[in-house]
Design a protein around this ligand. Structure first.
Ligand code: ME8
Length: 518
C-alpha cells in the first residue's frame, strides 16, 4: 500500500498551440488525467503537468501569417488548450507554457550542464529541414515528388538549410542508451515500441543540431544569444521545470524523476533517445517510464483539415457528454494501439456499457431499496455462496485495476470493472430480489445490499475515468467524501446498513438521436 507521502509525477506531451486542440489532444489529456486521478485516490502525492510548447519556427511562421506577435498567437491558443482541459475535467496541477519565465531558467541551466559535461560544441549544420516537423531528415529518409519537390517521411516539404549550430554529442550515448533499455525494460512502453527504439539506436546515432540562428523565437542559448535553442531541447525540459528544476530548495524537487511521461507514438524518439541522453549528460535522474499511446482516427481516417474530419472537442463534448467520451476513448481501444471512433461505436458504448450495464444495475437496485427498505441501506442477513462469490469478485477488483493501471493498460482496467458489473447483473437477475419481496424479505435485503456494495466499489474505481458520473453514484449511495478513496474499497469501507439514501436518479441516460428527441 502506498503511503500518503510517496510522490507520483505524471506528464502529458506539451501541445503546439499553433492551432486549436483536436480529439488527439483530448485523448492524451484524459488518459493522463485518469492515471493522475487513480494515483491520487490510491494515496499518492500526485503532480500532474500539462501545457503548451510555444517556441520554434513553425509557431513564428504561423504567427507571422496571422499578423500577430508569436507570444500573442501562442497565448490565444494556449487558452483554448486550457479551456479544453477544463471542459474535459483534466485535473492538472500546473499548465506550463514554455514561455513561462521559470522555464527559460530551467532550459538554460540544462544547457549549461550539458556544456559543462563537454557534450555541446559549435559546428555547421546543413541538411534537409522540415518546418512542419521542426526536424532535419537524412537525405535517405526524404522522397522526391513528381514536381521535383523533396518531402519528409511525414509528407511535409523540406528545404536545404545551412547554418552555424551548436551540436549535442548524441553519438557518444549509444552504449549508455542501449544499456538503459536493457537494464530498465519498462523505460519504453508498450514493449513493441521498445524494440523499435532499440533497433533505431543500434543503427548508430548522429550528433544532434540543437540551436538555430535563422530566427529568434526560442530560448536564448546561454552566453551566445544570437542562437536560440532547438525547440525540442526546451520542450523536453518542461518536465524538469515542472519539478522545480534548477532550484535545489524547491518543494517540487521531490517529484523528479518523473514516474511517467505519456506521449503519442510520433514523438517516441525525442522522449526515449534524446531526452535520456540530455539528462545523462546533465547528471540528472531519468524518468522511470515513457509510454506512447496510439493515434485516434475519425472513421479510420487520419484527422486532417483537408479531409474535413477534424472534430472540435467542445462540440464533441456537447454531443456525447464528457464522462461518456472519456469512457469510450479509454475503453474502446487498447491503450498503446491506434483507435478509431464513429458516432455508432460511441453510441453503442453509451447505451450498452453505461446505460444498460452500469446505469440499470444501479437504478434497479437503488429503486428497490427506496421502495422496499424505506430508503435505507439494507442490513445483510447470512451470506449464501452466491453472495460470497460476488463479494469476492468485488473485493478483488481493486488489486486487478491497480495492476492494469500500473501497466498503463487503461482499457484493461475498465474491462475488469465491467466484468464485475456483468457478474453482479447476472447475480441480481438470478436472485430475483423482486420476487423475494413477499417470500423472503430478509433475503431480498441481502441481495440488494450485496448489489449496492458492488455498485459502491465500482463507482469508487470508475472515478478516475468518469469523475462526474461516479461522484453522482457515490452520492446516491450516501458515501461520504472521505470514504471515496481506494482505502475504502472492499471490506474496509462496506456500505453502512441503515444509512439513509437520497432518492435514486438515473446517472447514465441512454443516447437519443437529436432528431428523435425533437
Ligand atoms: O508533438 N491521436 O505537439 P502536438 C492521438 N509539441 N494523439 C495525438 C494525435 C492523434 N490524432 N495527434 C497528436 C508535439 N497527438 C510537441 C510535443 S513534448 C515535450 C512536445 C499527440 O501538439 C502527439 O502524439 O503535435 C503528442 O503526444 C501530443 O498529441 C501533442 O502533439
Amino acid at each position: 500500500m502506498a503511503t500518503a507521502a510517496q510522490p507520483y509525477y505524471v506528464t502529458t506531451a506539451i501541445a503546439y498551440p499553433n492551432g486549436a486542440p483536436h480529439i488527439g489532444h483530448v485523448y492524451e489529456a484524459i488518459a493522463t488525467d485518469a492515471i493522475a486521478r487513480f494515483h491520487r485516490l490510491d494515496g499518492r502525492d500526485v503532480r500532474f503537468l500539462t501545457g503548451t510548447d510555444e517556441h520554434g519556427l513553425k509557431m513564428a511562421q504561423t504567427a507571422a501569417r496571422e499578423g500577430v506577435p508569436p507570444l500573442d498567437w501562442a497565448t490565444r491558443n494556449a487558452e483554448r488548450f486550457r479551456a479544453m482541459d477544463e471542459r474535459y475535467g483534466v485535473s492538472f496541477d500546473r499548465f506550463i507554457r514554455t514561455t513561462d519565465a521559470d522555464h527559460y531558467a530551467a532550459s538554460q541551466e540544462l544547457w549549461r550542464r550539458m556544456k559543462a559535461a563537454g557534450d555541446i560544441y559549435l559546428g555547421k549544420y546543413e541538411g534537409w529541414y522540415s518546418v512542419r516537423d521542426e526536424a532535419y531528415f537524412d537525405e535517405s529518409e526524404t522522397t522526391l515528388g513528381e514536381d521535383g519537390s523533396r518531402k519528409a517521411p511525414t509528407g511535409a516539404p523540406v528545404e536545404w538549410v545551412v547554418e552555424e549550430s551548436y551540436f549535442f554529442r548524441l553519438s557518444a550515448y549509444q552504449d549508455r542508451l542501449l544499456k538503459l533499455y536493457e537494464e530498465q525494460p519498462g523505460f519504453v512502453g508498450p514493449d513493441f515500441r521498445r524494440n523499435e527504439v532499440v533497433a533505431f539506436v543500434k543503427r548508430g546515432l548522429n550528433d544532434l543540431s540543437i540551436s538555430r540562428t535563422t530566427f529568434d523565437w526560442g530560448v536564448p542559448v546561454p552566453d551566445d544569444p544570437k542562437h536560440v535553442m532547438y525547440v525540442w531541447v526546451d520542450a523536453l525540459t518542461n518536465y524538469l521545470t515542472g519539478a522545480g528544476f534548477p532550484d535545489e530548495a524547491s518543494d517540487l524537487r521531490r517529484f523528479w524523476p518523473a514516474d511517467l511521461h505519456v506521449i503519442g507514438k510520433d514523438i517516441i524518439r525525442f522522449h526515449t533517445v534524446y531526452w535520456p541522453a540530455f539528462l545523462m549528460s546533465a547528471g540528472l535522474a531519468l524518468p522511470k517510464r515513457v509510454f506512447a499511446h496510439g493515434f485516434v482516427n475519425n472513421r479510420g481516417e487520419k484527422m486532417s483539415k483537408s479531409v474535413g474530419n477534424v472534430i472540435d472537442p467542445f462540440t464533441f463534448a456537447d454531443a456525447y457528454g464528457v464522462d461518456a467520451i472519456r469512457y469510450f476513448l479509454l475503453r474502446d481501444t487498447p491503450f498503446g494501439q491506434d483507435g478509431n471512433y464513429t458516432h455508432e461505436t460511441i453510441v453503442g458504448r453509451i447505451n450498452a456499457d453505461l446505460a444498460n450495464d452500469l446505469g440499470n444495475l444501479a437504478q434497479r437496485s437503488l429503486s428497490m431499496i427506496a421502495k422496499n427498505c424505506e430508503g435505507r441501506a439494507p442490513s445483510p442477513g447470512p451470506l449464501a455462496s452466491a453472495d460470497e462469490a460476488v463479494l469476492a469478485a468485488v473485493d478483488g477488483l481493486g488489486a486487478t485495476v491497480r495492476a492494469a493501471v500500473g501497466d498503463v493498460a487503461l482499457h484493461a482496467a475498465l474491462a475488469a470493472i465491467w466484468s464485475v458489473i456483468a457478474e453482479t447483473n447476472r447475480y441480481f437477475a438470478n436472485a430475483e430480489p423482486w420476487a423475494l419481496k413477499k417470500t423472503d424479505p430478509e433475503r431480498m435485503g441481502t441481495v440488494l445490499y450485496v448489489t449496492a456494495e458492488s455498485v459502491r466499489n465500482v463507482a469508487i474505481l470508475t472515478q478516475p475515468f468518469m469523475p462526474t458520473a461516479s461522484a453522482k453514484l457515490l452520492d446516491l449511495l450516501a458515501v461520504p467524501e472521505d470514504a471515496r478513496s481506494f482505502a475504502s474499497l472492499g471490506g474496509a469501507g462496506r456500505l453502512a446498513p441503515g444509512a439513509t439514501l437520497p432518492a435514486p436518479q438515473g446517472v447514465f441516460p441512454r443516447y437519443v438521436e437529436p432528431e428523435a428527441a425533437a
